[in-house]
Design a protein around this ligand. Structure first.
Ligand SMILES: Nc1ncnc2c1ncn2[C@@H]1O[C@H](COP(=O)(O)OP(=O)(O)OP(=O)(O)O)[C@@H](O)[C@H]1O
Ligand SMILES: [Mg+2]
Length: 477
């Protein structure tokens, strides 16, 4: 289902083009090169691409005109612009004309690969069609015909066409991002950009600049003006994922943007009007965060004009058979194998288990079962084995990091484990938090300071890893 992303590189310098092409190919992209602006523009408009990377100065058509024309013709196709150092104003112009990102030459390849990966993901979010309620093909869909999901579809239908802010809540893996995409695709803004920002994935110090942009010289490292995601999403939709992780100072700024409908870049005074529909999501308990003064109550009310709360999988077990069949179709398409049958007893096993990771966890076990079945119908043995394996920890006490990584990678290589990275993070975090709290002799504030996390995070992690007094003895909490 995920064929290799296709990239069109428009660059007249044959040396740069060849080097970039080679690195992008190594990374798994399919790359075509156009040496002229006009030729590049024609190809970009008439062939399917995931991302277009363009130079600024080229024969035939300038990069800026190209961005303007291409963005008007194919507004959902992400364009990355490269410009030589010193032409920052042009880069800003390009972003305003609709370029997704820009890089100043000389850039390092890591930066470029990062930008491309983000652009591919963003483009796919915008363009992959989304079905609701039923399995037709292996493409993205929101699955579930039970009563609780029916209510969600109605809710989506009711608010999609409005510009009201929507807060999407629910445990991890319940489909919050899917709902955000559905709201966007069914809105009057579907022809304009959808920009997703994961607030938890961006370091606190950079988040404001990511959202609102910054002026040159506003902080160390701000060599040039930068247009933030809000400005980029103008006339479109911005999806603020993991909003519960926003720090207090950024919360204040966000509240102001929602109220006044303009942004101010970091270090700047200019009030830039923005017309952006805001969708937000979080798995956190915001009411508790408000009580602990980690989240502003006024912002909460502003965001939650409409709230859609996704039910955990345990509250919609009637949807599990359909989800299993759908995940099987998708997993088979991803691995490029025909989708096998699945025995009814195996489906029943899925229905009988608990799924703290909700649909995401169920998808992992389905994928794993498919591997174990090796083309034969999936039976209960496969599923039980898959279920056990995806839960079995890799880490053992006193193991060296190198040994641990070897084991982890070996198991990933032989298909015994899906999501090696998230498993590693989980296991390393467990060790880190457990040791820190022991070393701090139970003093959570101290341990939180050492690890550079908030006290809320500290507590959540300890509960998660079963190290919190409240989790050990719930009767006393
Ligand atoms: N109702 C559903 N129908 C089909 N697939 C679903 C559904 N809900 C979730 N999924 C799938 O489960 C996975 C996780 O969904 P998603 O990323 O939307 O969860 P989330 O609520 O944003 O989780 P997190 O809080 O961890 O970010 C995705 O692969 C998604 O396609
Ligand atoms: Mg999510």
């Amino acid at each position: 289902m995920n064929p290799r992303p296709k990239i069109l590189l428009i660059e007249d310098d044959a040396g740069i083009a060849a080097a970039l092409k080679k690195d992008l190919q190594t990374e798994g992209y399919e790359v075509a090169v156009a040496a002229r602006g006009d030729e590049g523009n024609a190809r970009a408009q008439n062939e399917p691409w995931d991302v277009v990377i363009t130079d600024l100065k080229m024969p035939g058509l300038s990069g800026l005109d190209l961005v303007a024309q291409l963005h008007a013709a194919r507004p959902k196709l992400p364009i990355i612009m490269m410009t030589a150092f010193g032409t920052t104003e042009t880069a800003i112009e390009a972003t305003k004309l609709g370029a997704y990102d820009y890089l100043l030459k000389p850039f390092d390849m890591g930066e470029m690969l990062d930008a491309v990966a983000k652009a591919v993901a963003s483009g796919r979010l915008m363009s992959e069609p989304l079905d609701m309620g039923e399995v037709r093909t292996a493409q993205s869909a929101i699955i579930g015909n039970g009563r609780s999901m029916q209510a969600i579809y109605k809710e989506i239908g009711r608010v999609a066409a409005t510009t009201v802010t929507v807060l999407i809540r629910g445990e991890t893996g319940t489909g919050k991002e899917l709902v955000a995409r559905a709201l966007y695709q069914h809105s009057g803004r579907a022809a304009h950009p959808f920009i997703a920002v994961n607030c938890a994935a961006i370091p606190e110090t950079l988040l404001e600049s990511e959202l609102f942009g910054h002026e040159r010289g506003s902080f160390t490292g701000a060599h040039a003006r930068r247009i933030g995601r809000f400005e980029q999403a103008n006339r479109g939709t911005i999806f603020l994922d993991e909003i519960g992780d926003l720090n207090l100072s950024t919360q204040v700024k966000l509240l102001r943007v929602l109220q006044e409908k303009y942004i101010q870049r970091v270090g700047g005074n200019e009030k830039v009007p923005v017309d952006v529909r805001v969708l937000a999501a979080t798995h956190r308990d915001l009411e508790t965060a408000i009580r602990e003064r980690q989240f502003r109550e006024d912002l909460f009310y502003r965001l939650s004009a409409v709230t859609i709360t996704l039910p955990p999988l345990s509250e919609r077990t009637e949807d599990i058979p359909q989800l299993v069949r759908y995940s099987l179709l998708r997993a088979a398409a991803e691995m490029d194998v025909p989708a096998p049958a699945i025995q009814p007893e195996a489906v029943a096993f899925f229905q009988s288990q608990v799924w703290p990771g909700n649909v995401r966890e169920l998808e992992n076990v389905v994928r794993q079962s498919l591997l174990l079945a090796r083309g034969f119908p999936v039976n209960t043995d496969h599923v039980q084995q898959a279920y056990a394996r995806t839960r079995k920890p890799v880490a053992t006490p006193n193991q060296t990091i190198a040994g641990y990584l070897n084991d982890l990678l070996a198991r990933a290589q032989y298909g015994e484990l899906v999501g090696a990275r998230s498993q590693m993070i989980e296991e390393m975090e467990r060790e880190l938090f457990t040791r820190a709290i022991q070393l701090a002799q139970g003093n959570q504030a101290k341990a939180a300071r050492w690890l550079g996390v908030t006290r809320t995070t500290m507590r959540e992690k300890l509960v998660h890893f079963g190290q919190h007094p409240a989790a050990v003895d719930p009767g006393e909490a």
